[in-house]
Design a protein around this ligand. Structure first.
Ligand SMILES: *[C@@H]1O[C@H](CO)[C@@H](O)[C@H](O)[C@H]1NC(C)=O
Ligand SMILES: *[C@@H]1O[C@H](CO)[C@@H](O)[C@H](O)[C@H]1NC(C)=O
Ligand SMILES: *[C@@H]1O[C@H](CO)[C@@H](O)[C@H](O)[C@H]1NC(C)=O
Ligand SMILES: *[C@@H]1O[C@H](CO)[C@@H](O)[C@H](O)[C@H]1NC(C)=O
Ligand SMILES: *[C@@H]1O[C@H](CO)[C@@H](O)[C@H](O)[C@H]1NC(C)=O
Length: 432
């Protein structure tokens, strides 16, 4: 999730092209308790597995085990089966003193061209606790290895420290030294939880794009360059070489590279939509066809992606655009024969959420999505530090409520919560 929009234009047409021929992915034999795929569906111990999930990047940032327990208990009571969290939390050397003082969780410190790993009680042991507590509540984790964005120490720290200023963001995907550093971190995480049935899947990067929020894209990451697809291919093969059993996915927003992307109009000028024209860097169909990408994921924030279209009287509606985006992805995933998860989505406002999420979630269930994961479930009643500890980037625990970026909803907001509780019941029925 990233609260910042790029291009905002008017969508006139949307049609599909360049579909792959369907092929059915066969089942891989995995240990008991591991989720795998079988002919386009998730499967757990011989039964289909469909779920409502949650995003919770802040879980490993909690400093007390009690709060971690309380959060998993709250999620379990709402029927959540899969939780996605960051498997990265990196800081700059200049932030270390502050982090030690505030108890901020960090796994990597960058103060030279080589990061230093932190496996102590303020480091990876907090992630260990999250993964083992998830297991206690019958919840499985999606763990993401790095971030496209600056938040929580993503790819830009690798770039800044290893390449210095002047480098472009897409060099993260092509520079061999960076690839080695990324892989050495990935190896640490994968080896740590490789035998754990509490891992649902590994995720290569949150929202990979040619550009980031602090560093622009270079001239080599353009539609058709396949920079991201090549990286996804190489890194998914790498993870598979470390771990034969857990599933692997991208973590991407799910942009398409269509031959005929929708035409948009802005101030009388026609152009194509970056979500469909390959400009962002992804090619959803091509990447989902890779042998070690086990299932598809995509994100959905039309309200922040198209703010200039979103005004009363325009033909654009947040819910309508979302339904089209969902339809495009389920069609692609079915053609390729792999399961699909709507992995992040959000809009602001209590009333907006209650109405729009209902439509989106109903459509997800109807159209055969295997997982639905809102950004984001909140938890009330956290006890940490009296309830006002600044986590980072202005996210805070306020009066015991987990961080709210505007998209958070809590158990007291039953008109929203009930949508997911009911959906979780449907998914549970489809998991027998
Ligand atoms: C980072 O490096 C600088 C310069 O080498 C040094 O002065 C500083 O103490 C280092 N900080 C940490 C946290 O290692
Ligand atoms: C890291 O900290 C140094 C100061 O120690 C600063 O110059 C640099 O911009 C920071 N880098 C990043 C990526 O935040
Ligand atoms: C909405 O669509 C109609 C029919 O295509 C068109 O005539 C009208 O100009 C559009 N309105 C806006 C605000 O784009
Ligand atoms: C609800 O959604 C509309 C349309 O996207 C937006 O203009 C409005 O600000 C939202 N309401 C709140 C309270 O966020
Ligand atoms: C639910 O609790 C949150 C966090 O304390 C609060 O911000 C929100 O206003 C509450 N919602 C309702 C509908 O009371």
């Amino acid at each position: 999730m990233r609260l910042c929009a790029f291009i905002s234009l008017l969508c006139l047409s949307s049609f599909v092209s360049g579909r792959n021929a369907p092929h059915s992915e066969r089942k891989r034999a995995v240990p008991e308790g591991f989720v795998t795929t079988n002919h386009g569906q998730f499967e757990l111990d011989g039964k289909p597995f469909n779920f409502v999930g949650a995003n919770s990047y802040w879980l490993p940032l909690l400093t007390t085990s009690d709060d971690v327990e309380k959060t998993f208990l709250g999620m379990r009571d709402q029927g959540v089966k899969v939780v996605r969290t960051w498997g990265f939390n990196a800081i700059n050397g200049s932030e270390l003193a502050g982090a030690l003082e505030s108890g901020l969780t960090y796994y990597q410190v960058w103060n030279s061209t080589k990061f230093v790993l932190n496996e102590d009680s303020q480091g990876l042991q907090r992630l260990d606790n999250v993964v083992s507590t998830a297991g206690k509540y019958g919840i499985k984790m999606i763990v993401t290895f790095t971030n496209n964005w600056i938040g929580y120490g993503g790819s830009d720290l690798y770039i800044n420290w290893m390449l210095g200023s002047g480098a472009t963001h897409d060099e993260f995907f092509t520079n061999e030294n960076i690839i080695s550093a990324y892989q050495s971190y990935v190896k640490t995480i994968v080896n740590r939880y490789k035998t754990s049935p509490s891992i649902f899947a590994w995720e290569l990067m949150n929202e990979a794009r040619c550009l980031s929020d602090t560093i622009p894209a270079g001239p080599n990451c353009v539609p058709g360059s396949e920079t991201l697809n090549t990286w996804y291919s190489r890194q998914s093969d790498f993870v598979r070489s470390l771990d034969p059993f857990h599933m692997i996915t991208t973590g991407g927003e799910g942009q398409f590279f269509w031959e005929n992307p929708p035409i948009l109009w802005s101030n009388g000028v026609a152009s194509t939509d970056y979500n469909f024209n390959g400009q962002a860097g992804e090619d959803f169909d091509k990447t989902l066809s890779l042998p070690n990408i086990d299932f598809g994921v995509y994100h959905m924030y039309p309200q922040t992606w198209y703010p200039q279209l979103d005004f009363p009287g325009s033909n654009f509606t947040v819910q309508g655009w979302g339904l089209g985006w969902m339809q495009d992805h389920i069609q692609a995933a079915k053609a390729i024969g792999k399961p699909l998860v709507l992995e992040e989505f959000g809009i602001s406002g209590l009333k907006n959420k209650s109405t729009v999420y209902k439509e989106w979630v109903d459509f997800a269930l109807e159209s055969g999505h295997a997982g639905v994961m809102p950004w984001q479930f909140g938890q009330l009643g956290l006890t940490e530090d009296g309830g006002n500890r600044l986590i980072k980037y202005a996210d805070m625990i306020l009066n015991g409520a987990s961080p709210n970026d505007g998209n958070t909803f809590y158990a007291n907001e039953t008109s929203i919560d009930d949508i997911f509780i009911n959906a979780a019941k449907v998914m549970a029925q489809r998991s027998q």
